[in-house]
Unconditional design. Structure first.
Length: 599
């Protein structure tokens, strides 16, 4: 609401912008006519038309970030033309001329005393002024459109655009009521804002160049999505209810990480009732749907629904995924619908191409909703990855489970809800907790009894147990040095790194990370260099090649390569699990490191 108010005030100040000049003659030409029958309809038409045109501009800007090939090129051309109108008054005047002529014609043909016709012409005049004003409404509009280009157009963007238009219409309405003296006063204050307009044009051209060079998937993602993701997650942490408010979640602490391997599930014994925990909330707000058109509670009525909150670099989600897929394949013909709600933890997990690739690689065939704005997450009051919600055919949430495990009990819940819905002759349930799933590699169940190392973030906002001398130089390059020895769960950096809130980026030509851990498996979320340039790495275990203890993303010599932003399994101990010092060396610069996880 505060942001909407600020944008509204920005619209009010638009009256001081040079771009408002072509609009003012039409505005003040109606100053002597009744405001409700003339001025107000014109301002309404202007605001609505501006919002529609600016929304199309937001969609065009989003194309530049999210659409490949011809659509991307067309969007870049449109953005370039938009920037040139900001830089060149002559070009802006040429584009505006047809709308100026239309406005003059409407003014000349407006008959006096014809109320109905006057209202229509006033509205049409507003449409013309909206078309005239939209191409260069000022810096605040540029910021709104830039945000839409980065995060994608949505209802929030349209609300901001309408707030901006309403602010401008308000100030113009006051100007109409105040009369022509305001017009003369405004002309004297327009010089400085002309430079602001040109500066915005330069900024847009720089943005076009960045997108054309592919920086939108690297630099812009780091700058914008990281902070957006941080704000969203901070909001969730502030407004989420305590974990023990969830049914049977007594063993999940409200202070644990959002990802957890502890679980809570409704009692699925044969004779105990499954309580109603609420209704399936709206699924609106997803930025994209994969494998399906958008689904709604209404279209799902009559189906048993499993909602799985996950994200593709989350090890807990990946280890639960084979069971979710197995349930889908086993029961989809009996009325089960599975919806994977992909709620990103890291900025790169908002990128549509990354998620599409992950869905394809993981062979996920059921619908996946990209919940980049956490709209669905917040409606469920969810706090965990993974989280499973079981919905009956009447649209009621009947059970939930957080984290890994309890797969046999979860399958029994699905079977009970299908039976309640009238399904018959269900295939036999799995005879053990494997629930019929084939899990291997990274997705294999963890050896939880041996895990004595916690999930550890590399970015400074959530980092713990970092022991390189001098601590983090937050957001700035620094030459880090590893200590001589590490205690259990301590870690450090070596080489020239730039550590941000979310990750560490290798600034120098080479560098390393070391971690003293105890667990069977060690994973690290990694990303390649700028523009997706692959980065080589070499893994050591207690200073030697891992041999038989290498993970699926390394060979016995410890060699591997980072080709995409995802979770990499680097160590899987093949014998007795012990405490070891892990290190990963990067002979190439640009590597990105996000978080360690264990299993």
């Amino acid at each position: 609401m505060i942001l909407v108010l600020l944008v509204f005030l920005g619209g009010v100040l638009t009256i001081l912008s040079p771009c408002i000049l072509p609009v003012l003659p039409f505005v003040f030409a109606r100053a002597e006519q009744p405001f409700l029958k003339s001025g107000l309809p014109m301002l309404i038409g202007m605001a609505l038309t501006f919002t529609a045109i600016a929304s199309l501009a937001a969609v065009g800007g989003a194309w530049a970030v999210h659409v490949n090939q011809y659509g991307r090129i067309l969007a870049l051309i449109l953005l370039t033309a938009f920037a040139l109108t900001l830089l060149s008054k002559q070009l802006a005047d040429r584009i505006a001329q047809p709308f100026v002529s239309l406005g003059n014609r409407l003014l000349q043909t407006s008959p006096a005393g014809d109320n109905e016709s006057g209202l229509v012409r006033a509205m049409l005049l507003g449409v013309a002024t909206g078309l005239l004003w939209a191409p260069c409404a000022g810096p605040v509009l540029g910021l709104v459109l830039t945000g839409a280009a980065i995060s994608g157009p949505n209802t929030h963007t349209s609300l901001l655009l309408f707030a901006y238009a309403a602010g401008a219409a308000t100030s113009l309405g006051v100007a109409i009521l105040a009369g022509g003296r305001v017009f003369a006063t405004m002309k004297k204050s327009l010089g400085a804002s002309d430079w602001i307009r040109r500066g915005l044009g330069i900024a847009v051209l720089l943005a076009v160049a960045a997108i054309a060079l592919g920086w939108d998937t690297t630099v812009l993602t780091r700058v914008s999505l990281n902070s957006t993701n941080r704000l969203e997650q901070s909001l969730i942490e502030r407004i989420a209810p305590p974990a023990n408010a969830k049914t049977n979640a007594d063993d999940v602490s409200a202070n644990t990480s959002a990802k957890t391997s502890n679980g809570a599930t409704a009692d699925a014994t044969e004779n105990s009732p499954l309580p109603i925990e609420g209704s399936l909330p709206s699924l609106a707000g997803a930025t994209t749907w994969l494998n399906s058109p958008p689904l709604t509670p209404q279209t799902l009525r009559g189906k048993v629904v499993l909602v799985d909150f996950w994200t593709y670099s989350c090890i807990n989600c990946l280890r639960a995924l084979p069971y979710v897929k197995a349930w889908y394949e086993k029961y989809k013909d009996y009325g089960l619908v599975v919806i994977g709600v992909h709620a990103p933890e890291f900025a790169f997990e908002k990128d549509l191409k990354n998620v599409q690739h992950a869905v394809q690689e993981l062979a996920i065939a059921y619908p996946v909703a990209l919940d980049n704005d956490y709209a669905i997450w917040q409606r469920f009051n969810n706090q965990y990855w993974p989280a499973h919600y079981f919905i009956d055919a009447s649209g009621n949430i009947r059970a939930h489970h957080f984290g890994e495990g309890n797969y046999a009990e979860s399958e029994q819940i699905i079977r009970r809800l299908l039976t309640e819905a009238g399904a018959r002759n269900l295939p036999p349930a799995a005879s053990n907790n494997a629930s019929g799933a084939a899990a291997s590699g990274i997705q294999a169940a963890s050896n939880q009894a041996e895990v004595q190392s916690p999930e550890t973030y590399v970015g400074y906002r959530r980092a713990e147990n970092f022991v390189s001398q001098g601590g983090f130089a937050r957001g700035k390059p620094k030459d880090y040095v590893l200590p001589a020895t590490l205690q259990r769960n301590q870690w450090g950096l070596a080489g020239d790194w730039r550590v941000t809130e979310e990750k560490a980026v290798l600034s120098g030509a080479s560098g390393a990370i070391a971690f003293r851990f105890r667990a069977r498996d060690l994973h690290l979320v990694l990303g390649p260099g700028a523009n997706g340039k692959p980065v080589r790495f070499h893994v050591l275990l207690d200073g030697a090649a891992p041999a038989g203890n290498h993970g699926v993303d390394t060979d016995a010599s410890g060699n591997g390569i980072i080709t995409e932003q995802r979770l990499y399994q680097l160590i899987r101990q093949s014998g007795d699990v012990g405490e070891h010092t892990f290190s990963i060396e990067f002979p190439d610069g640009g590597a990105q490191a996000f978080a360690f996880t264990f299993g």
